[in-house]
Design a protein around this ligand. Structure first.
Ligand SMILES: C[S@@+](CC[C@H](N)C(=O)[O-])C[C@H]1O[C@@H](n2cnc3c(N)ncnc32)[C@H](O)[C@@H]1O
Length: 422
């Protein structure tokens, strides 16, 4: 019953238009390929790079049906390493990334670089050099309540998002990002009702009355204090350290792109940019070197469809060993369909961690392989709503060889030809 391991270079979802690409790769290794395919095509880049914190970051994962039912993370797995030999090594990586981002952008494109107080001044100078001082647009302060309680200096409660254009003919629409008028902000103004019954606040300055109607939209300035950091129990939380809120990315994408435009995130982490882009009908190109990042991004996207033709393709570049894994799967062909059964899974890492059988599988799908392209037809993904994996799935007959894809709890994706049963 043991299935045969095969290599696949990419994964597509059958019968739906692709909305974007999740690419599992180190940036320096895929630079030329990205430029060959996307130079001059990207409308907006969002970068949330490592901040040179000197720390390692984890992802808290849930394991098996029980883990999902209780909701408690069961294991912490390494997601990415933010320790650098020197500040110069960090800045050299950032310089290469910013140059790549610039070359991927359209003439009308813009870039948002999310950073904190540690490297902000250095990155600002780097961006002045690469994009030109005259293309600087904003230094957005994202202010939040969460974070540490320092006693020897003021608690640090904001990140900086540097906003630059590629040229003076950039696209930007403030009208696309209205926000609710905050009570607190207008408390100091006199509240009145006009002759049509509309409520307004007013202030007199220089002998002139300024009216602000409650039913008129207001727009954000360069200090964003209306988007909170993800709280501990926020349902958006994936367990991936440093995950950003979707609302933040929705604002960035809405003001800088139009439907169908291409949004790029070269450090995509848990896939927040891809999720926001898909929700807003934008295409996305998202890269990350961590298998966990790509796995969790794919999983979030599979739950974000909302009826839109939303799809992902992966260029899987990480080696996940052939011999360290054992899969039991079989396929039963009928006239118009195939029944695929996943009976067992085991791998060296699972054994070492004491995780048994299918508990080490977080997602699997069944489909067909042609050349090195895997086309997924049906999938089963563990979520809080569906903690148990389907062990048997039906799929229509399509061109190619029946194949299954397994994503384990470490984010490794592997492809297998199940045993045929006639
Ligand atoms: C701060 S996190 C991004 C978090 C993301 N914005 C989110 O909402 O989840 C930075 C990401 O950059 C990735 N990364 C760091 N260096 C990289 C490189 N050279 N190539 C590709 N990805 C890299 C890390 O794996 C990590 O997932």
């Amino acid at each position: 019953m043991c299935a045969t391991y095969i290599r696949c270079g990419a994964e597509r979802h059958l019968g739906r238009e692709s909305m974007g690409v999740l690419k599992h790769a180190q940036l320096h290794a895929c630079r030329e390929e990205l430029l060959a395919r996307y130079a001059g095509a990207v409308q907006t880049v969002y970068l949330d790079p490592p901040f040179n914190t000197g720390k390692r970051f984890d992802m808290k994962v849930r394991i098996g049906e029980k883990g999902y039912r209780t909701g408690a993370p069961t294991m912490s797995l390494p997601a990415y390493d933010d320790r650098w030999e020197s500040r110069e090594a960090y800045l050299s990586m950032m310089r290469d990334t910013l140059l790549l981002a610039r070359d991927l952008m359209k003439k009308e494109g813009t870039i948002f670089v999310h950073i904190d107080c540690r490297m902000h001044a250095h990155i600002r100078l780097l961006m002045d050099e690469i994009f030109g001082e005259s293309n600087f647009l904003n230094e957005i302060i994202w202010s939040y309540q969460s974070g540490g309680r320092a006693r020897t200096y003021f608690p640090r409660k904001h990140d900086v998002i540097l906003f630059y254009a590629k040229s003076r003919s950039y696209y930007f629409s403030l009208k696309s990002v209205p926000i609710a008028r905050g009570e607190a902000r207008s408390n100091h103004m006199k509240r009145s009702v006009d002759e049509d019954g509309r409520v307004y606040r007013s202030i007199i300055s220089g002998g002139k009355e300024y009216r602000y109607y409650d039913d008129e939209p207001v727009y954000p300035g360069d200090v964003w204090d209306d988007v909170s950091h993800l709280q501990q129990k926020d349902p958006q939380r994936t367990g991936y350290d440093t995950q950003k809120p979707v609302k933040l990315l929705e604002r960035i994408i809405s003001c800088s792109t139009q439907e169908g435009d291409l949004v790029c995130d070269l450090f995509c982490g848990s896939g927040t940019t891809a999720v926001a882009a898909a929700k807003l009908g934008r295409r996305f190109l998202c890269v990350d070197q961590s298998p966990l990042a790509i796995a969790v991004s794919g999983k979030r996207l599979s739950q974000t469809g909302g009826g839109k033709p939303m799809d992902v393709c992966y260029d899987v570049e990480a080696e996940c060993g052939e011999d360290d894994c054992f899969v039991e799967a079989e396929v039963f062909p009928a006239i118009t369909s195939y029944t695929v059964h996943l009976a067992g899974f085991d791998c060296v890492a699972a054994r070492e961690a004491g995780v048994k059988g299918l508990d080490a599988v977080d997602q699997w799908s069944a489909g067909f392989v042609q050349g090195d392209m895997y086309r997924s037809c049906v999938e089963s993904v563990r979520t809080a709503g569906t903690p148990a994996l389907a062990q048997t799935m039906e799929m229509p007959v399509c061109a190619g060889e029946p194949c299954i894809m397994i994503v384990d709890i470490w984010g490794n994706r592997r492809f297998y030809l199940p045993k045929r049963r006639y």
